[in-house]
Design a protein around this ligand. Structure first.
Ligand SMILES: Cc1cc2nc3c(=O)[nH]c(=O)nc-3n(C[C@H](O)[C@H](O)[C@H](O)COP(=O)(O)O)c2cc1C
Length: 282
């Protein structure tokens, strides 16, 4: 079964249409399909307790997250589309992304299931950083990214007016069903996670989502990024996530505990501030 995730509350909005079109393509390849509207889920913000990552305990938050992860676990492939709100992914997608450390006890076999993301925005020049985050959600949920697209249309369902884009989305769906990675879009795109924003530092460009580095070249007056594809392990693979949890997150606990008394002592300076919190009416 191929699961289509829609990150917009707008019924018959562009995100819903593009997921439907991609799933039509997948159906032509013989796939069974299902859809889930992410805004129907009740998802709490991560409270940062790190119980899941450090102790491999269940998340203490009582919401639809476990149910959502079970739906995703039951899928053979994934197609996600969500709108851009204020230069970034609509909040529900970030809420889900923030909770993915819950998968720590479940890191299993490497991602073989295919996934794709479609970032929807009203204006191309206001597309912001939605696409890399959606790509991160697809990969973080345990899928190998085989395609990723932008769609720029403001009105609900307006994407239907663009035959070329719709044909491309249909192709994305077929590609996901076949599990075949497509050719990279033109331009400076991270070949690992399809992101198009980079941190420029020390003569190099780094993809902030997967850490892949690229040399910056100027060819015929155009900036060209030349990527070093030898970086191991594969970013966003379970091995990569596991390494981050085991070698970075977990050692933060004993380090913090060793300094706890000192931190507490240094906190005393704020007592003089008195009561500062404004009470929120419930
Ligand atoms: C609250 C809000 C914020 C938005 N912010 C942006 C933005 O920063 N950049 C942009 O290009 N489009 C922005 N849009 C436009 C939507 O991304 C666009 O209408 C998209 O097609 C919506 O997808 P949907 O039909 O699936 O809901 C915004 C729309 C809303 C409602």
């Amino acid at each position: 079964m191929i699961l289509g995730l829609v990150g917009s509350a707008r019924v018959w909005g562009n995100s819903e249409i593009v997921v439907r079109e991609a799933l039509l393509g997948a159906q032509e390849e013989g796939a069974k399909i299902e859809m889930l509207r992410l805004t129907d889920l009740s998802i709490e913000p991560c409270n940062g307790c790190l119980r899941c990552a450090i102790r491999e305990e269940p998340c203490p938050l009582d919401d639809d997250m476990e149910w959502f992860l079970a739906q995703v676990e039951g899928a053979d492939a994934l197609i996600l589309a969500a709108p851009t709100y204020l230069f970034g992914p609509a909040a529900i997608t970030k809420l889900l992304l923030d909770r993915l450390l819950m998968l720590t006890p479940r890191f299993g076999e490497e991602q073989i299931r295919a996934g794709a993301a479609i970032a929807v925005s009203g204006r191309r020049d206001w597309r912001g950083v939605t696409q890399p985050f959606l790509n991160g959600l697809v990969m973080g949920l345990g899928f190998r990214l085989v395609d990723s697209l932008y769609v720029h249309r403001p009105g609900p369902g307006e994407v239907l007016l663009d035959d070329e884009v719709m044909a491309r989305i249909h192709k994305l769906g077929r590609r996901v069903a076949r599990g075949k990675k497509g050719e990279l879009p033109e331009g400076n795109i991270c070949p690992r996670c399809y992101g198009d924003f980079f941190v420029l530092e020390g003569g190099e460009a780094t993809c902030p989502l997967c850490g892949l580095e690229a040399a910056i070249e100027l060819v015929d007056g155009q900036v060209r990024l030349s990527f070093d594809l030898r970086v191991e392990p594969l970013p966003w693979s379970y091995a990569w996530q596991k390494e981050h949890v085991e070698e970075w997150i977990r050692p933060t606990l004993p380090r913090f505990l060793a300094h706890r008394k000192e931190i507490k002592a240094r906190r005393k300076r704020y007592r003089a501030m008195g009561e500062v919190w404004i009470e929120v009416p419930s």
